[in-house]
Design a protein. Structure first.
Length: 193
């Protein structure tokens, strides 16, 4: 008859070892997924001739320092998030940079403009890792009335990775609007922030 203590120690060893192997597999799968995702990192400049601002798109829902109103972006890739640096002019004409962090942990992040919460966003990758979707609710105060706009951005690389295409859909009580933006990759020597 087997010693019950030995059997329980053996079972605990097998269970713990299997758990460690599963953890290694999960981490290597996460690393492989991260490596196969579209790489948006780099310096990018808005190509206005290839972009479609769709005239009626409510640009007022984006603050002056918002990445969707910026003509240049610097994107850095990290394991679980992207940082997007944009530059815009302040009221006195000085160039101001702002950084936004797009996380892929499913948690909502909040963006603040001039001390007032302006947008709540979530970001996720498509199953094949080739498109990134950013969903946000942006608030605008119009004569004391709060208006909410649901904004969905779908990002993908085009032109053999030399450009980023972003389709922006805005939905509100006044209907749905679409804007298409194309950003071209810049050589480091040509990029001015």
């Amino acid at each position: 008859m087997a010693n019950p203590l030995r059997v329980s120690v053996l079972l605990m060893f097998v269970f713990c070892t299997a758990g460690k192997e599963q953890d290694k597999t999960d981490r290597s799968t996460d690393s492989a997924k991260s490596a196969s995702r579209a790489d948006f990192s780099g310096e990018w400049k808005l190509n206005e001739s290839k972009s479609d601002f769709a005239g009626q798109f409510p640009l007022c829902i984006f603050g002056g320092g918002d990445r969707l109103r910026s003509k240049t972006m610097r994107i850095a890739r990290h394991a679980d998030f992207l940082t997007v640096d944009v530059a815009s002019s302040s009221l006195d004409g000085a160039l101001v940079t702002r950084q936004e962090k797009l996380t892929f942990d499913g948690k909502e992040s909040e963006t603040t403009f001039v001390g007032v919460p302006r947008a709540k966003s979530t970001a996720r990758w498509s199953d094949d890792g080739q498109t990134m979707t950013v969903t946000s609710v942006r608030s605008l105060d119009a004569n004391g009335e709060k208006l909410d706009f649901k904004v969905t951005e779908v990002w993908k690389l085009i032109n053999d990775g030399k450009s980023i295409f972003v389709q922006v859909n805005s939905t509100s009580t006044s209907g749905e609007r679409t804007m298409k933006l194309v950003y071209d990759r810049q050589r480091a020597a040509d990029y001015r922030f």
